[in-house]
Each structure stands twice: as structure tokens, then as C-alpha cells.
Design a protein around this ligand. Structure first.
Ligand code: SME
Length: 161
């Protein structure tokens, strides 16, 4: 199946998942499962969420699928995860060995994408994906991952209304 077709399918399944998921936590688990199972180069998929009230701010590992990572708590001044959360920008790293910010999770990881999750315009966490392949995250992947992060933000927003 061409990658574009797969992405389109997964996009549709995500929409259905977001509608069916009873809670944001269920949705985050579902996003990890769907992306990990269907997107063959997404070898580690997980959420880091900002710990409520923590000073200094701290990202804490939430739902994830893939090998256990040593980085269960990441301050905002560390890692690609910290950079994405503090800047509120999507970060794509095609070759992690060339990025000095990179915190290693697995020796097999070659590329990474981190997309912030927003609630009411504020970063509350992020969706982090690692790949065993260099430059695994093309523009279409970025759009898909940003769509997933947006769905989670929207679900979280509904739950606090
Ligand atoms: N590589 C991330 C750390 C998280 S692990 O990849 C799961 C980083 O540089 O922030």
C-alpha cells in the first residue's frame, strides 16, 4: 500500500477513534496503538505531559508503546522533547546523531518527531515518535502527527469545560 493511502486511512481511523474514546487518556492510548501498529516506521510512540504545578516545569512520560525509555521525566531545558514543549513548535530531526539536544532512548533510533499538544493555546504536553529509519517523518507524517496531537488537545479541552 502506498504511504499516502495508508496515511489517509490512519487519518480517518484517528477521527473515529477520537469520537469513540470515552476519555483523553483512552484517546492517548489509542493514538499510540494505532500509530505504532499501522505506521511501520514509527517504532516508539508516546506522550509526555507537563506535570501540573511542577516548578521548574517537568514533562512526565504518559501513554506509550515501544521499548521502555530511561527518560521518564524531562525538564524543559533538555532534549528534543524539552525544546518542542518550551518553543510550542513541532520539531523534526532527520538524523538524531547530528542533534546535540537529543536524549537517547534506544540505540536504534535514527530520527524523531515531537509535536506539542495545546489546550486553550497553552502547551500541556506532546506526542513524541522515534524511528529506526533516518528521515522517517516527511511532511505528510508531520501533518498526521499534528492531527493526532490536535485531537488529544481538543479532547482534553472538552474534559475541563
Ligand atoms: N529523544 C527524546 C527523549 C525521549 S525518548 O526518545 C522516548 C529527546 O531527545 O527529548
Amino acid at each position: 500500500m502506498p504511504v499516502a493511502t495508508r496515511i489517509e486511512e490512519v487519518h480517518k481511523e484517528m477521527t473515529a477513534l477520537a469520537e469513540a474514546a470515552p476519555t483523553s487518556q483512552d484517546l492517548m492510548h489509542g493514538v499510540c496503538k494505532l500509530l505504532h501498529e499501522r505506521m511501520l516506521k514509527y517504532n516508539w510512540v508516546g506522550f509526555y505531559m507537563l506535570e501540573p504545578g511542577a516548578r521548574p516545569p517537568m514533562l512526565v512520560l504518559g501513554a506509550f508503546l515501544g521499548a521502555m525509555t530511561p527518560h521518564t521525566r524531562i525538564p524543559l531545558n533538555q532534549g528534543i522533547c524539552g525544546a518542542a514543549a518550551s518553543s510550542g513548535q513541532t520539531i523534526v530531526v532527520d538524523d538524531v546523531s547530528k542533534d546535540p539536544r537529543y536524549l537517547a532512548c534506544s540505540l536504534e533510533t535514527k530520527s524523531e518527531i515531537v509535536v506539542p499538544v495545546f489546550v486553550k493555546g497553552r502547551v500541556v504536553g506532546e506526542l513524541d515518535i522515534d524511528s529506526h529509519f533516518c528521515a522517517a517523518f516527511a511532511v505528510e507524517d508531520q501533518q498526521l502527527v499534528q492531527y493526532c496531537a490536535m485531537l488529544v488537545g481538543r479532547k482534553l479541552e472538552k474534559s475541563i469545560r
